[in-house]
Design a protein around this ligand. Sequence first.
Ligand code: AMP
Ligand code: MG
Length: 506
Amino acid sequence: MTTVEQLQYSDDFVRALPGDPRPDNQRRQVHKALYSRVEPTAVPAPELLVLVPEVAALVGLEPSPELVQVLAGNRIVPGMAPYAACYGGHQFGQWAGQLGDGRAITLGEVTHAGETLELQLKGAGPTPYSRTADGRAVLRSSLRELVCSEAMFHLGVPTTRALSLVTTGQPVMRDMLYDGHPAHEPGAIVCRVAPSFLRFGNFELPTSRDDKATLQTLVDYTIAKFYPGMSVAEMFAEVAQRTAWMVCEWMRVGFVHGVMNTDNMSILGLTIDYGPYGWLEPFDLTWTPNTTDAANRRYRFGNQPTIAHWNLAQLAKALLPVCADPEPLRRVIDRWPTQFSELYRGTMLRKLGLNGRGDTLDEDDGLLTSLGELMTTLEVDYTLFFRRLATPERITEACYGEVAPVERAMLDRWLARYLARAKHEGLSETERARRICEVNPIYVPRNYLVQEVIDATARGDRAQLLQLIDVLRDPYTERPGLAHFAGKRPEWARHKVGCSMLSCSS
Ligand code: AMP
Ligand code: MG
């Protein structure tokens, strides 16, 4: 463990790939380059709210007095080579052209214990890609990113990590609901950590500009670094598989990303760019927390697989210029929905504590279909319902509102069918309960819990934030005294801004 000054920095990305020759920080279109060198803009009064010790340990970092200055972007350590990446993307189904890191700045890569990780500040000031915006981030969205990305990691979902949360002492103007009421909010910066923040959009942009040379360089780099020995088609197949797994894992834990634009899809199959995400509380396949997407609900919970598939098709198109033969890419795309369905089916069976077994295929499909109907009719809390399957006598705790007798009968019929199926697999009740609790968390960063913490933190009370992060470190073990973190959404949170309604404003 060393201080931030003594870490082993490398600048592979910057050295290996073509950069923007212009050194200034004017907003612009950047051609034939994959990044622009840019330094963070200093902030007046940085304060370190959270340093996540296990992420610090990942990069071998120990706290020191100068750390906050680095995590706030006020100080660059020799060896760092800060840059903003150049990428494009499809936003809400439309090609949006160049986007790029408008407020994220990678400080550098750190190698520790044989692993290389990027340190990236989000909200560190304008870059050539900031377009019309300010390059900053507000406390509420930064806190949401840190809490949720760490929670996802501990839930076992592939994700980028978060090292720190710093407040800047500089207010940021935001129109939180895009309804003509802008106001000042506290500014903050999260330091994100991942092997790479490359997105589908990094590959789409050069292709959209007929710039095969830049695309080829990026693809060669990505393969050499992250998919060694693979052909482009093999890499694509692997990305498609990882993406399927990631989305399946989102569905397992009830996570709705909210903005699955292609610039928010990681080439490593990691959950990336936590914005107006949400956690499914009452089971509802059509639910989205993102008010910016309210009209079409493109990114609703149940549509995430379809969108992942669509996004993969955009990535396939982007890779075509460097693929000798398009057929293998087409095959991956064609087979993906079937492969996803199989994976998803397996995931849902695991949530029930069951193994998929050949002789019960039809019964399992029937069981899962009727489960969907049951959860919708009874308006169950998604997290609590699966968890309480371990203790069926407590299952109605998971229902919002009263359970009518006809609903109770429906529930009992389904439970009987389910328990018979578990018995058919030879599962003891103890074993079934153990499996349920391994796959179904009891603590997730429920929308209203995070909002409570945001309110407390904005008032200067940091204890709740630290407690929430701590509870979410062990999401599968129910512990005494933590009932508050396992409860259904209270009625006051049903329509509250931040709890069930979020916009892209961040
Ligand atoms: P997002 O919806 O957060 O993935 O952002 C989409 C694009 O907008 C990305 O290119 C971001 O870098 C950019 N962006 C979002 N917020 C800001 C901001 N406050 N300042 C500059 N760029 C931003
Ligand atoms: Mg983004």
